[in-house]
Design a binder for this molecule. Sequence first.
Ligand code: HEM
Ligand SMILES: *[C@@H]1O[C@H](CO)[C@@H](O)[C@H](O)[C@H]1NC(C)=O
Ligand SMILES: *[C@@H]1O[C@H](CO)[C@@H](O)[C@H](O)[C@H]1NC(C)=O
Length: 510
Amino acid sequence: MSFAVTTIIFAFLLFTFMYFLFKLFLHSKQKTIIHEKPPGPPTLPIIGNLHILGTLPHRTLQSLSKKYGPIMSLQLGQVPAIVISSSKAAESFLKTHDIVFASRPKIQGSELMSYGSKGMAFCEYGPYWRSVRKFCTLKLLSASKVEMSGPIRKEELSILVNTLKKAALVGEVVNVSEVVENLIEDIVYKLMFGRSKYEQFDLKSLVQEGLALIGAFNLADYVPWLGIFDLQGLTKSCKKVSKALDEVLEVILTEHEQAANVNKTQKDFVDILLSIMHQTIDIEGEQNLVIDRTNIKAILLDMIVAAIDTSATSIEWALSELLRHPRVMKKLQDEIQNEVGNKRMVNEKDLKKLNYLDMVVDETLRLYPVAPLLVPRESRESTTIDGYFIKEKTRLIVNAWAIGRDPNVWSENAKEFYPERFVEKKMNYLGQEFESIPFGSGRRRCPGIQLGLITVKLVIAQFIHCFNWELPHNISPSNLNMEEKFGLTIPRAQHLHAIPSYRLNDAKLE
Ligand code: HEM
Ligand SMILES: *[C@@H]1O[C@H](CO)[C@@H](O)[C@H](O)[C@H]1NC(C)=O
Ligand SMILES: *[C@@H]1O[C@H](CO)[C@@H](O)[C@H](O)[C@H]1NC(C)=O
């Protein structure tokens, strides 16, 4: 063979080799760029990272994010998950890419308790959810509806203030947690069912149990074949709570159906929901859906669950922090005193003028976002964000608790209760700010923000205006226990107790 031919063959082979090498290199490089998951802790077979979550997952996830970053991968059994722990990442996922993450995963808790997730909060993204959300936002939760329900809050609070006045006279220690939870339950009863409490049901406890169950990391959701054994006993509990809740809802609906032809001056939530019974929801060209009794029960249940515990928990945390910080308590009391005087109770019109109250509430929600991991979301399609590839049906967990306590955003005193940090920074929770997201953000943001905020603000203002509060004698402000329990929400682990003394000058309350 001539030298020239050898050279040509050699060059050809070399070229081919280089070509494949180049392609391989390019390909694998593309592959790593597109298919790289966010960093995360090492996983075990079968359970992935489920074993590391512990009893307070929001705290565990916060410390893990310090190691793996604000966008972190977790493997929850067979379910891939992304955990978001900074406001910048939250903006990227809940604003820029909101539409991709606007769905909810199907979890056993809501499947069993919320009639196959037919309500609003756990419903998958789509035309049904959109219609339900639109209806509820417009007919139940709009600003004018919230304003119209003012007399209910006023009346229930007056009753409570009178009760507390009696306790104050004898210097009694009041179970503040109990009093606040019962108050909110009474308000919800009036608003949603148009009546006072049923003595035969303990709806509040059922809802609290339900929330703990829905928030739990349930093996059945992550390792379905292990779920059959119900090792945590959650399936059994869900079924039990679900049955009890259904009985309550049946009684409520039946009562309203029987009273339907009586003229009512003010329609409650159930009346309004029943008005869409048998209506067809326009599912935009797809199969139409007729609203039935199950849909109505599911929607009503979601509203009850979302309303009954959230406001009460926020108020309990706020009052706890006020008791720990006499300076803040005094400043708030002075503000209300200046606006309202000491001859009457606070009314809802006064709230607009109480700036320091707004700051106290913003600070409470920053440190104690009622749903510390919001409500889980699920990606509807595969996508790439900040160079990371995120598969379809990935669970999105937003650590609102960690975001509110991020020292890079809230400075070194991030863990401290210091309402003055909001002097220059008014929060409106409308989805433009991500430094503190107690109501979530984007399409799935809480639709009850106005109702929640007005309730929380009015109750705190009234408590602080009508009474001076002291901790029981064996507890000092610095050693009040501030531990939390974890469920879908984070209530206080220990109930709050305090001693009121009445401070207004009037003989009668208006
Ligand atoms: C202080 C009070 C409240 C807080 C802190 C709060 C917080 C939240 C949070 C964090 C979410 C999840 C948002 C997300 O996934 O991005 C949510 C959803 C929801 N909230 Fe609230 N909430 C409060 C009061 C209320 C009230 C009074 C109602 C109604 C009566 C309500 C109804 C709902 C509903 C129906 C959803 C589900 C929305 C959906 O999935 O489309 N909330 N809330
Ligand atoms: C305080 O109230 C809570 C909630 O209603 C209740 O579970 C608890 O037993 C009460 N604590 C005391 C000491 O009565
Ligand atoms: C309800 O009230 C309206 C007017 O107030 C009256 O015309 C109507 O007949 C009443 N309906 C019933 C069922 O009582």
